[in-house]
Design a protein around this ligand. Structure first.
Ligand code: F6P
Length: 370
């Protein structure tokens, strides 16, 4: 790709797990490109899969009209399509065979005449974008994920909507826990990062918050439940990250997706703990795994606003010839860092984070100390 060519036609793709606010970014990129700069915009279908299979379509202003409030992504997405490590077949033993199909991708980009690509995604998508950048593809990254774990940015869009959903679920569980005098566990997504659990746990006043960054002691969690019932609080709410693990123990794996570049899917820790607590304390327990409801639905206004700001900034960077940069928020300002610096890394909750201190201050236990 000619590194100095003026932009005429840009592509936009959404990769990795979806999240609320993706359509706000697509809309901001496309409308600004078309209305203000007279550019052509092409929507690449299903993330990098669309580049691998040469599936893309022109986007006109009418195609991105009325999508600001819609969850999901009008372009579709895939979290199995890293061009440098793409499953193209199956070995005799049933395991997937991976190949580097990047040259197929660069050929399709050249054929379609795309001058630059706006890649909206998480760490996996940024790894793919960084690889493409090495082959001369002009990319600008936009960070998304409900997990809020992308390196380099203080916040990703989609996170606030997921916090709302998880908080509402915790609030709902609160009333039934109180009626039935039960210990209720709510399992919250986030992979190896506890941001979603920490924010929603704090917002809903959960009694116990268990996050991957602070391994818990099962006896401390049990004791917290027992002490609450001794104090006359006959119920306990536990917000637990899907990636939480006991001290010296392992995370609970729900499934392994063999043909995915990031094959592990976490899930099930709430059920394990539910059994342990009821066996050890005799208290009645129930577990709820929130799952993908946290990724779906209408984006909250903050995510629509952030998505629009991110889309606008991404186009600005592309127009200024500042490729291979990722739009980020730092010190509450929209700015950018190199895609490479964020690719393949996870931003975890620091154990001295003010939210943890504040939660401890109001009596929340993280299961590590009494
Ligand atoms: O990264 C977003 C996320 O929703 C994680 O919180 C979760 O662990 C994972 O994706 C689930 O992935 P899938 O949609 O493949 O089940």
């Amino acid at each position: 790709m000619n590194q100095t060519k003026r932009l005429q036609r840009i592509g936009v793709l959404t990769g990795g797990g979806d999240c609320p606010g993706l359509n706000a970014v697509i809309r901001a990129v496309a409308k600004t490109a078309i209305y203000q700069h007279g550019l052509e915009v092409w929507g690449i279908e299903d993330g990098f899969l669309g580049l691998i299979r040469n599936r893309m379509r022109p986007l006109e202003a009418k195609d991105v009209s009325n999508i600001l409030t819609q969850g999901g992504t009008i372009l579709g997405t895939s979290n199995k399509a890293n061009p440098a490590h793409f499953a193209t077949g199956t070995a005799p033993d049933g395991s997937p065979v991976f190949e580097d199909v990047t040259s197929r991708v660069t050929e399709h980009i050249r054929e379609r005449g795309l001058d630059a690509i706006i890649c909206i995604g998480g760490d996996g998508t940024m790894t793919g974008a960084a690889d493409l950048a090495k082959r001369g593809v002009r990319c600008v990254g936009v960070p998304k994920t409900i997990d809020n774990d992308l390196m380099g940015t203080e916040i990703t869009f989609g996170f606030q909507t997921a916090v709302n959903t998880a908080t509402e679920a915790l609030d709902r569980v609160h009333t039934t826990a109180s009626s039935h005098h039960r210990v209720m566990l709510v399992e919250i997504m986030g992979r190896n990062a506890g941001w979603l659990t920490l924010h929603s746990g704090l917002a809903s006043g959960a009694d116990v918050v268990l996050i991957p960054e602070i391994p818990y002691k099962p006896e401390v969690v049990c004791e917290a439940c027992v002490q609450r019932s001794k104090r006359g609080k006959a119920f306990t709410i536990i917000a637990v990250s899907e990636g939480a693990k006991p001290e010296g123990g392992q995370q609970v794996i729900d499934r392994v997706i063999k043909d995915s570049p990031d094959p592990i899917r976490l899930g099930g820790i709430s059920q394990v703990l539910c059994t342990q607590i009821s066996e050890r304390t005799g208290l009645e327990c129930r577990a709820t795994i929130l799952g993908h409801v946290q990724r779906g639905g209408t984006p909250v206004p903050q995510d629509r606003v952030l998505g629009t700001l991110f889309g606008h900034k991404a186009l600005d960077l592309a127009l200024a010839g500042r490729f291979n940069e990722l739009v980020v928020v730092q010190k509450a300002e929209i700015t950018s860092v190199s895609i490479e610096s964020a690719a393949g890394k996870q931003r975890l909750v620091p154990v001295d984070h003010p939210l943890i201190a504040a939660a401890r201050g109001v009596g929340t236990t993280f299961g590590d100390e009494k």
